[in-house]
Design a protein around this ligand. Sequence first.
Ligand SMILES: Cc1cc2nc3c(=O)[nH]c(=O)nc-3n(C[C@H](O)[C@H](O)[C@H](O)COP(=O)(O)OP(=O)(O)OC[C@H]3O[C@@H](n4cnc5c(N)ncnc54)[C@H](O)[C@@H]3O)c2cc1C
Length: 513
Amino acid sequence: MAWRFAPASELVLDWRSEGSGTSPLVTMDGYKGTRSAELKTIPPIVPGRTPPPVLPDHNFRKGFRIIMSVVNQPLILGENLSFDPFPRQCPDTASATILIVGGGVTGLINAWVLLDRGYHVTIVSKEWASFTDQQRLTSQIAGALWEFPPAVCGQHTDILSLKKSKHWCMVAYDIWAAIASNPSLAGLAGVQMRASNFFFPCPIEELPAQHHKMEEIAASGVHGFSRSADSIHKHGIDPRYGAMDAYEHLAPVIDTDRCMEWLMLLVQSKGAKFHRENITGDLFSQEQELRHRFSADVILNCTGLSALSLAGDKTCYPLRGALIRVVNDGKDFPKVESSLAITADAAQDNEIVFIVPRNDNILLIGGVAQPGRWDLDLTLESPEIKRMRARAEAFLPSLKHAQVDPEYPVAQGLRPAREKNIRVERELRTRTMDLHGEPTEEPSRIIHDYGHGGSGWSLSFGCAADVANLVEDVLHNLPASTIKLQRKTAVEDVRIPASSDQRLKDVPIRARL
Ligand SMILES: Cc1cc2nc3c(=O)[nH]c(=O)nc-3n(C[C@H](O)[C@H](O)[C@H](O)COP(=O)(O)OP(=O)(O)OC[C@H]3O[C@@H](n4cnc5c(N)ncnc54)[C@H](O)[C@@H]3O)c2cc1C
């Protein structure tokens, strides 16, 4: 546990330690970024969803001002997230401004969450979703099948990131499912719940990792889970390809072009400002300039693969992917209504089968996962695309009759991968400031949300919920800490060195949680 002095001019929370401590009052004052200058209670507990805040049992002396981490606020539809074209909580002149860099799915979903929490939001992006022949955003290229991690095009390695992803994906699952359950909204957003089938070359019990994953999925809260090898026959799959066992569940399938358009309109109507600009170089080195130029209290980096330079993160790398688009109108072959997949780790030679209905008319056939490949020059004649198609046809023979979409036969893009997987974390570099003649480490006000690899849509809302909590930490001027399995919910322990007693009378203490 660390602590340090903070200047009195910074935001402070005044925790009054009388009483049992179960409902402390905190005041926010003296900082432009706070959302109100009035007395505020810790956010309400949502039964069954929010763990009660852990409050310190030792007494701070009355009148000491400490800064504590804000309570973890889950995303709750209707409470702090809404589909309405206006923000759930309206910002005012005292509300903080968040500058989001990146207009892909990550940037837009974060914008939505933050707008509904009452912040001003500006999104700066070098490119926006487009609907022409030009290369589209990676977020548009995605198959956008919701998957429980590790995903089909996996490459997930880091245990911490994987564990967090299992939570993030379920947050996103519930919200995508809620969108899909409302017919008019589902149509506008292009989100459907469809059966998602996974096939295995032997009884799943013989593949311990897959068996464990299946058990986790069955217990995760997904809808419609069932395990049966009958689906091999039901879907017309050739068992000779190597399909012997299978399970299925309902999963969100997103028409990314439609959804990106809907998300852009939604966040714009909730108040987001859009600005086109290519930001070059490390965000940290231009943090003050960007904050000044956009009047921003916090910067959120959602630039996907560009985090390589914008976060100075050398562990980012492209995971090239491609999908063949075929017409799925039921004329050339029986219409495929469900997703059908063999995951990379269960497939022979790491060759993935990934068949996903994009919408009512187009079927996506994948997949390719090529680490370190930057070029986007694949065509129907490229050897890996031919192999991919041959695999899909061997697996689902009816696809031999499929016709490619003449206008858009191959969609290809670079999944924004990262060696240690997803980064939902504050910038850890600090600046040395001179405060009262003492050099003090000042935390950065940048937050990162990048490196989602093949799971940006699957994890979207889950990551955004964590980002919103990190935003609160930044605004409370707490020091940054590395990504953790579980955020602490309140002050756990603050040690006050005896020798500092005299100074503590005048200055607030900042507690690291
Ligand atoms: C073939 C393929 C299949 C996939 N299938 C799935 C799937 O089934 N399910 C799933 O969940 N995911 C899937 N994905 C992954 C998904 O597409 C990504 O995880 C997701 O798009 C990441 O979103 P993002 O917003 O973080 O990044 P991006 O979509 O790359 O957006 C980054 C944004 O940042 C902007 N930007 C970048 N650099 C700068 C800069 N210097 N200055 C200003 N702005 C900048 C860009 O213009 C863009 O707007 C797939 C990807 C591919 C390629």
